[in-house]
Design a protein around this ligand. Sequence first.
Ligand code: ZN
Length: 107
Amino acid sequence: MKWCCTSFQSTYERAGHRGLGIVVHEDSGVFSFRFQSRTVHIGKEKNVTSSDNVTFSLVSESGLQFCPWCGQSLKKFFKNEIEKLYRPGFGLSDKIQAVVKKDDQEW
Ligand SMILES: [Zn+2]
C-alpha cells in the first residue's frame, strides 16, 4: 500500500484503539474516509458504565476529504485502493449509531 504520508498511515493503523484513528466507511458501494474518535478500545464498549446524569458518545466520526497532515486529496490519492482499506466492524455499527442518536435526542 502506498500512503500519502506516514502520519496518515499511522493514524489509519491506530483505528480500533482508544483515541483518534482513520477508518473507511462504506455505504451502498461508495467508500469514504472518516476520522474516528473512540472512548474505549473496539469491543470494550459494553464494559462502560455511566450514571444517568452523564451523556457521552463512545465513538464519533467525521468525514475526511483531504489528509489533515499533507493536504493530499484522499479521493484522488486512494482512488484505486480505498476498497482494500475498508475494514468491516471498525466503523460505527448500527448498534452504536443507535446509542449516538439516543444521546443526540437528549441534547
Ligand atoms: Zn497525508
